[in-house]
Design a protein around this ligand. Sequence first.
Ligand SMILES: Cc1cc2nc3c(=O)[nH]c(=O)nc-3n(C[C@H](O)[C@H](O)[C@H](O)COP(=O)(O)OP(=O)(O)OC[C@H]3O[C@@H](n4cnc5c(N)ncnc54)[C@H](O)[C@@H]3O)c2cc1C
Ligand code: SF4
Ligand code: SF4
Length: 394
Amino acid sequence: MASISIIKEKCVGCRRCIGTCPFGAIELKDKKAVIGPKCTLCGSCVESCKFGAIEFIRDESIKHDLSAYEGIWVFAEQRYGKLKPVALELLGKAEELAAELNTHVTAVILGSDIGSLPKELVAYGADEVMIMDAPWLKDFNDHIYGEAMLDLVKKYKPEIVLIGATSNGRSLAPHISSALRTGLTADCTILEIDKEERLLLQTRPAFGGNLMATIVCPNNRPQMATVRPKVFKQKEPDFERKGRITFMDVPSPVEGFVKKIRDIDNDDGLNLADADIIVSVGRGIGSQKNIHLAQELADALGGALGSSRPVVDSGWMPYSQQVGQTGKTVAPKIYIACGISGAIQHLAGLADIETIVAINNDPDAPIFKVANYKIVGDVKEILPMLTEKIKEAK
Ligand SMILES: Cc1cc2nc3c(=O)[nH]c(=O)nc-3n(C[C@H](O)[C@H](O)[C@H](O)COP(=O)(O)OP(=O)(O)OC[C@H]3O[C@@H](n4cnc5c(N)ncnc54)[C@H](O)[C@@H]3O)c2cc1C
Ligand code: SF4
Ligand code: SF4
């Protein structure tokens, strides 16, 4: 375990370190810095002290042989024999990262009767596809899938594992990382390579989206990251591409902790992720009974309905429809923000959108700074007018 302490004799009480601690863990007592229990041992304050008064001892005792790890793996999540788009998005990114590291990309797919999927994975960037095919892998179960993945990771030692931040991916990834005592960065928005150190630079919003943090995992392998759907673009598939397809031994079935009671096919709010047009509702809609106004516009446009977080927190819409930092990342062609102020945490969920239309009764609402079309007025009056016009035009 690493440790941190103040060398009292060296501390002059200049307070410099206090402002650098993101966790508010340092205070001044009797003109000397004191580190309190909020300290997470992040190490950020060390450089700030010009007097060498902060002593930070990293734990060098656990050194792993990192050279044994090679290759980038993508967990190729599928459901009902159909790949999740995020798996294909990750393969494209993995190919770029692999070129930097001069290594290969492996897609790992678990399921039952998964037929032509391996070919698709090769077309989208996998050099190799490892398949575990068994009847008891038909449905996702984090314990069973987690144990099967662990088996493979321990045996073949990838240096990087990328997993889509779907609801299944979010429970699978920590199952693996905690068992291997390695690092996992959730919801990365940028993935890059430090070639010299062979490190995956995992960037994600931090501190409520107010800054971007780049996280590395220098001492353990594999380096693990989850990425939300639509953050990266799929590359153009090349169905002439050749790759190795290997059927792996399947470990005998283990009892899962989770028992499936019924299947509900609204996993990950696919409508939102796939929609070309999203009509999204914010607190400005006033109440749940007005949401039908946005739904009618979405229906007229053949789009999906999204929302900001307060709408979900109020119970007006399900979490699966929330857009933003703690909701979904979406990339429609047209995004219509109805009574949404445009907080940074909401905008964090808008990736690569061609046209943003904003309706807001406050002409100074921040959403107008990112909107291509700005409508100032009461959303409850404007939505029916827009729906009417769209229907007429049709
Ligand atoms: C860690 C963290 C994570 C978060 N994650 C998310 C997230 O994933 N997604 C998300 O959305 N938010 C998220 N938030 C919350 C975010 O900070 C904002 O509070 C939220 O986005 C505001 O939602 P809103 O725009 O609907 O509401 P408000 O900010 O209250 O804005 C309502 C808007 O409607 C307008 N309005 C009011 N009445 C009308 C009317 N009659 N006609 C037209 N316009 C009207 C107002 O002018 C205002 O601009 C997060 C916050 C934190 C701290
Ligand atoms: S920056 Fe260094 S000298 Fe200044 S208060 Fe902090 S520990 Fe003491
Ligand atoms: S190590 Fe990090 S958390 Fe601890 S006092 Fe320094 S800056 Fe704060």
